[in-house]
Design a protein around this ligand. Structure first.
Ligand code: BGC
Length: 430
């Protein structure tokens, strides 16, 4: 096990810094039968390698999972609530589902863990997909209505993320589309009763830039009206963008297209969630991908923990939005490499902060090995392994590394109270 507490000297991270791990409802809860994703998993042929099934049965085991977070010495947990469970049909809200998520927050508070809640993490009710998903003109209004109802019930959230990786359909480009055979597309559209673009990952760019950004703004207002003082932001998938020989212009163009419109829109938010896993190198021929000859992870990404600090530095140089690192992680079986990845990523973050980046938290993705969307369960990002037959959890050594870094950073003393450094308008409260 790699233990390098020297990498996170006390003082490198501001007081009240959130140290956490993240999950998303559909990837861990299990039995999300009313969601569009479930319908797609069971289409034949399916775009998905396998169905999510019971996933990590987190819906029933949340207390055990929150206890793991707390026992690791982390002071925060990011999770998502599932719209498909909460608004089962248009306008029909399940009080039982909202009570469930309130119990999740209560369990966090009992262990002094700050609950950072995401309202949309890729999945939505089947009925919303049938109406067109992000492509529907009334998507912003419907999403905001759900957000307001949920926020009213969720007393005690420390922070809210409206939409997870709103820019992902742009970043992914053709990636998902190119993996779909005509037969799988036809089966998917029959299962959804709508074009495949009604499922978030396949959304059109125009829908994301139009209804998507409008939905974020409407959700921010709806959550803010119910829970004034709770910081609200969206999260974005942001790769470190680099340029091969003579490729500065295509690199800059990628930044302008994939990130700038979203960061401009986030300017008034309390924070922006940064989700960085790797680096993308632009080439002069117009292509982009991992650096030539780089070591790749099991996801096919460059193994590049330094990407996180680089993204925070780049973002802070142009936008003055407080940053919360809402995801960063290493996919692979080699847990000692995961531990080293975390240590290097956190070191890079400390350097970015020392150079002036305003970073308020770091959430490792993911707490649990889980359902990696179209790829199924084969990818392992977790700090905690899950035996899919018994649902038994086994904490990996890399989790202890993160715990050691947090203790060395000495900032997790401000437990559970929320984000003391972030005010409703993004202003410092210190
Ligand atoms: C998503 C997660 C996903 C992770 C790894 C992010 O794009 O928010 O749901 O599992 O990256 O691919």
């Amino acid at each position: 096990m790699l233990l390098r507490p020297d990498l996170a000297p006390a003082g490198a991270f501001p007081a009240g810094f959130l140290w956490g791990a993240a999950t998303a409802a559909h990837q861990v809860e299990g039995g999300n039968v009313n969601s569009d994703c479930w319908a797609l998993e069971h289409a034949a042929p399916s775009l998905f390698a396998e169905p999510s099934g019971d996933a990590a049965d987190h819906y029933h085991r949340f207390a055990e999972d929150i206890a793991i977070v707390a026992d690791l010495g982390l002071n925060a947990w990011r999770f998502s609530i599932e719209w498909a469970r909460i608004e089962t049909e248009p306008g029909f809200y399940s009080m039982a589902a909202l009570d469930h998520y309130r119990r999740c927050i209560d369990a966090c508070r009992a262990r002094e863990v700050a609950a950072v809640v995401t309202f949309h993490h890729f999945t939505q009710p089947r009925w919303m997909a049938r109406l067109g998903g992000f492509g529907a003109a009334d998507f912003p209004a419907r999403f905001a209505d759900y957000c307001g109802r949920a926020a009213r019930a969720l007393e005690g959230m420390a922070a809210a993320c409206t939409i997870n990786e709103l820019n992902l359909p742009l970043v992914a480009g053709r990636y998902f589309h190119d993996r779909v055979s005509p037969a799988a597309r036809a089966a998917a559209e029959a299962a959804l009763g709508a074009p495949l673009s009604s499922f978030f990952l396949f959304s059109d760019e125009a829908a994301i830039l139009g209804q998507g950004l409008a939905a974020h703004a409407a959700a921010r207002a709806a959550i803010g009206a119910e829970r004034p003082g709770v910081p609200v932001g969206m999260t974005l998938a942001i790769s470190e963008e680099d340029a091969g020989p003579g490729a500065e212009a295509p690199r800059d163009a990628r930044r302008e297209r994939l990130y700038a419109p979203f960061l401009d829109a986030a300017a008034g938010d309390d924070f922006v969630g940064v989700q960085t896993y790797s680096r993308t190198v632009s080439r002069a021929d117009g292509g982009a991908g991992p650096a030539r000859g780089a070591v790749l992870t099991t996801m096919g990404w460059e193994d590049r923990p330094e990407a996180l600090g680089a993204v925070c530095r780049w973002l802070s140089a142009r936008w003055s939005i407080p940053i919360m690192v809402t995801e960063n992680g290493y996919p692979g079986e080699d847990d000692s490499r995961r531990a080293a990845f975390i240590a290097t990523a956190v070191e890079g973050l400390a350097e970015a902060i020392a150079q002036g980046a305003d970073v308020r938290g770091y959430f490792y993705w993911s707490l649990l090995d889980n359902f990696e969307w179209l790829l199924g369960f084969g990818q392992r990002f977790g700090l905690v392994a899950v035996d899919r037959a018994t649902q038994r959890r086994t904490v990996k050594p890399s989790a202890a590394t993160l715990g050691t870094l947090v203790r060395a950073a000495g900032t997790a003393g401000t437990k559970g109270a929320g984000l003391p450094l972030i005010g409703p308008s993004g202003a410092h409260r210190d």
